[in-house]
Design a protein around this ligand. Structure first.
Ligand SMILES: [Zn+2]
Length: 940
């Protein structure tokens, strides 16, 4: 019969519509067990790509599985609209950025809509709608859509302000001087790996240089910045770039000469910086001298074309005995200057830099890789085993590893130097401007360094379910390292106003810590049962902390909901959250909530990358639109792709060919099931029992995998192994309608979490309910029939062996004779397995034991040959095989039942013999080779 194709687009849309119409996503508090899962809500920065759907899909698969196991599941979602992304987007629309406008048009926005998107609030509204309608609903997610929320809604802002009141009460809000990333166009920005605000430099760190003031004859300061201020004693000269135009500036009551770029940075870091409209050519400085502060030695200024105006001050101090770069530069400058050794290291001569440069055969400044290596070698050795020597005044004799900030503090306190901060790599704002570091004298911080908070959080990690385990092991270290976080910014950001400083906004990481708790309330806000005005400190104190009394029935209901749903069972998010979001999510709960409301679990997933291991990003091109991918491949195919293509804990490469294979897989399963629903009824006792048994094996394995959130193993079992066994059943001539229907019924339910649309469509071929609301199959021990499993295994292995022989010998068989193993071998094999499990398998003893049976005496030679091989055979077995060998089945009888199938398979005559003791004397000795589950085969 002609099979209809699987019309996935119509089918998927049909079920999505019905699920939403029937509101099957709503929670139902009548059930006993609850499960609260959410994903780290996405920022509102534009269209998402197929990579984002990986984590969202995991969340839906897990939550659907939990629903079907009888849990009452809360799976809410929202948007992280705080911060700068939507403002950045609106700005791009305003300046008619071509890529942005094109992407909007391509998505179907008309001119009028595009015009609206110059308003950041409209951007949030627009993309909020795209995420819900075009991504989550179109992927069939059973998110509780009654609870959708945004971080810039009035209620959420009240919630955030309450949190900061609580942090203050706990003495976890503090003020201190701060140096923060700052964009001259946009104001403060966050530099972190999630790159919310910036377009480049997310892993950059702020390095603290010591800028040492070298004084020239006329009193002008030539500042040079270093990370190793103790090397000041070994400075022999200065390097300035002859081709750079340096500038002068008045800083406090001094006049400095530095690069223009340096002055731009210093302006943001130091007080009282006044540019003096005066430039100095680098080449005019060369040949002059200056004095090393504290050391009071006069040194020459030399030409160093490598002095980069973009790095620190653009002026470099030279320490040729300890800095390989300086040593080589000095050689190339042909200057007549002697290096000064200030650090003694065992094994290094008087000039460590020279020695390492010679060893690595470095001759030119252009060999930067080798020079970096040399610098590293010298630095490490000096740090671990070096001492400052007699050239270092009062510091002589101090170990380098002990010196820490001593020299730095001294020269800074004497005003002979000042700190200067610099990024470890360039940071570019989303607006395109270079990000600088700016001083804020009284910045507010959340005090994550608080010892009690850190210890409590670390201790709680031990009790949490964290996937993967590797992250659970890392997290305490991350918490230790996690420093105070500047939590407010000034400028035009979306977000909540800081309650203790007017005009300052709480930054986006700090307003997304406790947010799952707000999902409990958002439902009541969305339905209008509670108004933001009513959400006072008293309200939140009652809801979350159980303090005070409810003002009305709604308060009581919300409190009950909170007590029922909280804590969060799983917070799922991408690996970019490991060092920022997850730590603050945990610590803020510990800081504010009662202990029994602290999070129970975290699930981290890795990324979908593009070819070449890059994170997918639109700026780098090539990402497919989600809605487009959904129609090209089908939603279930994509869901299966995410679940099956690799472990959640590795990056996977987006591969449209692979997704197409999953698309075909979905269509094949559909066709197969339709075909099976129409088979003619045939019964075969063994085979039918086998199918039931094997289905239960699958169920056991799948449930185990789901319980450990191992979606890859679960989906492999469901979509590949189940089908394989079902095909075997059909090939073997199975066709018991009742058993098949049971199998299909279970199979569809097993598929539902991963491929809900396909499952719903197949389920409705003969049922009325939603399979999404059905129970997940359960393992049933009484349906297990090991004998039949072993029998089918025997048969399939026999066929493999025979095929192997036919392949090698190229015989076209007329007759195949099969000789099953004599029963004594089965008994001995079983005994050997038992002895091995007890650690007592001994060949000599086993032979003796076997020969104690008088009937065996005649075949003593065979017994000893056979038993001699057993230890090796037994060792090769896995647990499944061991179980198979320890079952008694009548192999001959089993194969005789399948003789029709064997005949069909080989198209020839089949003879089956059983070796009884008498047959052992068969002159052809064919039985000698028959062992349990491996009959001997003779082909004529
Ligand atoms: Zn900017």
């Amino acid at each position: 019969m002609q099979q209809k194709n699987y019309e996935y687009i119509n089918i998927e849309q049909k079920w999505q519509k019905k699920w939403v119409e029937e509101k099957i996503y709503e929670t139902n508090k009548t059930k006993e067990k609850k499960f609260f899962i959410h994903f780290a809500y996405p920022g509102v920065s534009g269209y998402l790509h197929v990579g984002h759907m990986r984590g969202f899909t995991y969340c839906d698969i897990i939550s659907r599985y939990k629903r079907m196991t009888g849990c009452n599941v809360l799976f809410p979602a929202g948007f992280h609209a705080s911060g700068i992304p939507s403002i950045g987007f609106a700005k791009k629309v305003e300046r008619k950025d071509k890529l942005t406008i094109d992407s909007l048009k391509e998505y179907g926005c008309n001119a009028e809509q595009i015009k609206k998107l110059t308003d950041p609030l409209e951007v949030v509204k627009y993309f909020g709608n795209v995420y819900v309608e075009d991504y989550w609903k179109k992927f069939g997610f059973l998110i509780d859509y009654n609870r959708v929320m945004s971080t810039i809604s009035p209620g959420y802002k009240k919630f955030i302000q309450w949190q900061f009141l609580k942090l203050k009460e706990e003495n976890l809000l503090i003020q201190k001087q701060h140096f923060a990333p700052f964009c001259p166009n946009c104001g403060p920005v966050a530099v972190d790996k999630s790159e919310t605000d910036i377009s480049k430099g997310g892993s950059s760190e702020i390095l603290e240089f010591t800028t040492i003031k070298f004084k020239m004859k006329d009193g002008t300061i030539l500042p040079a910045a270093t990370l190793r201020p103790e090397t000041i004693f070994g400075v022999t000269n200065m390097w300035v770039n002859p081709d750079v135009k340096y500038v002068k500036a008045k800083i406090d009551d001094e006049v400095w000469i530095c690069s223009k770029e340096a002055l731009n940075k210093l302006k943001y870091q130091l007080d009282n910086v006044q540019p003096l409209n005066e430039t100095v050519k680098g080449k005019d400085l060369i040949g002059k001298t200056c004095i090393i502060p504290m050391v009071n030695r006069e040194i020459p200024i030399l030409s160093g074309p490598f002095a980069n105006p973009n790095v620190a001050t653009g002026v470099v101090m030279s320490v040729p005995a300890h800095a390989p770069y300086d040593w080589i530069a000095l050689g190339e400058a042909k200057a007549d200057i002697l290096p000064i050794t200030i650090i003694d290291v065992k094994g290094f001569g008087t000039n460590p830099a020279k020695q390492v440069c010679n060893e690595l055969k470095i001759t030119s400044q252009s060999e930067t890789d080798k020079l970096d290596e040399a610098t590293e070698i010298v630095y490490k050795k000096e740090f671990h085993t070096g001492y400052l020597n007699k050239n270092c005044g009062s510091y002589a004799g101090i170990k380098i590893s002990d010196i820490k900030d001593d020299v730095k503090n001294e020269i800074i306190s004497q005003k002979l130097a000042t700190p200067m901060r610099e990024f470890s790599e360039e940071v570019i704002c989303r607006c395109g401007e270079k990000v600088v570091i700016k001083q804020i004298p009284d910045q507010w911080f959340i005090k994550y360094s608080d010892q009690k908070l850190t210890e409590q959080s670390k201790k709680h990690v031990e009790k949490m379910n964290i996937y993967p385990l590797e992250y659970k092991e890392q997290l305490p270290g991350v918490l230790d390292w996690f420093d105070d976080r500047a939590c407010i910014r000034q400028g035009s950001w979306l977000g909540t106003e800081f309650p203790f400083k007017k005009g300052w906004i709480i930054e986006p990481i700090s307003d997304s810590t406790l947010y799952p708790a707000y999902y409990v309330i958002s439902k009541y806000v969305n339905s209008g049962q509670i108004k933001p005005e009513e959400m006072t400190e008293e309200f939140f104190n009652y809801i979350f902390l159980g303090k005070g009394k409810p003002k009305n029935q709604v308060w009581s209901e919300i409190r009950k909901d909170f007590e029922y749903w909280y804590p969060v069972d799983i917070n799922l998010g991408g690996k970019e959250h490991k060092t920022v979001h997850f730590p603050v999510f945990l610590m803020n709960h510990v800081a504010i909530m009662p202990q029994k409301r602290w999070p129970q679990g975290i699930f981290v997933h890795w990324w979908v990358t593009q070819k070449g291991k890059e994170k997918i990003s639109k700026s780098k091109g090539g990402a497919e639109h989600i809605a487009q991918a959904a129609t090209t491949y089908g939603v279930d195919a994509m869901r299966l792709y995410y679940a099956h293509i690799g472990s959640p804990f590795v990056d996977v490469e987006w591969d449209s060919e692979a997704v197409t294979k999953y698309k075909n897989k979905i269509a094949n399963v559909y066709k197969l099931i339709l075909q099976l629903l129409r088979v003619e009824n045939v019964e075969d006792e063994n085979l039918d029992r086998w199918l039931k048994s094997i289905m239960n094996r699958h169920i056991q394995k799948i449930v185990d995998a789901f319980e450990n959130f191992d979606l890859r193993v679960a989906s492999n079992e469901i979509f590949f192994e189940c089908q394989k066994n079902l095909q075997w059943y059909i090939k073997r001539g199975g066709g018991n309608k009742k058993i098949l229907n049971e199998f299909i019924d279970s199979w569809i339910r097993l598929m539902t979490p991963v491929a809900p649309h396909l499952s719903e469509e197949l389920w409705h071929k003969n049922k009325e309910s939603f399979v999404s609301n059905e129970n997940f199959p359960r393992f049933n021990n009484k349906d297990i029939s090991i004998e039949d499993e072993v029998g089918e295994y025997l048969l399939s292995e026999l066929i493999n062996d025979a095929n192997e022989i036919l392949k090698v010998t190229k015989i076209k068989p007329k007759k195949i004779c099969i000789y099953t193993s004599p029963s004594w071998k089965e008994q001995v094999f079983k005994r050997a397995i038992q002895l091995e499990s007890e650690g007592k398998l001994n060949v000599g003893l086993l032979i003796k034991e076997t020969l104690s049976n008088p009937d065996m005496k005649n075949i003593a030679k065979q017994v000893s040959q056979y038993v001699g091989k057993l230890p090796g055979e037994v060792k090769k077995l896995n647990e499944n095989d061991k179980q198979r060998y320890s079952v008694d089945i009548d192999s001959k009888k089993y194969l005789e039942n399948a003789i029709g199938y064997l005949k069909k398979t080989f198209s020839c005559e089949i003879k089956i013999y059983n070796a009884n003791d008498k047959d052992i004397y068969d002159p052809a000795n064919k039985f000698r080779f028959a062992i349990p589950l491996r009959p001997a085969i003779y082909i004529e």
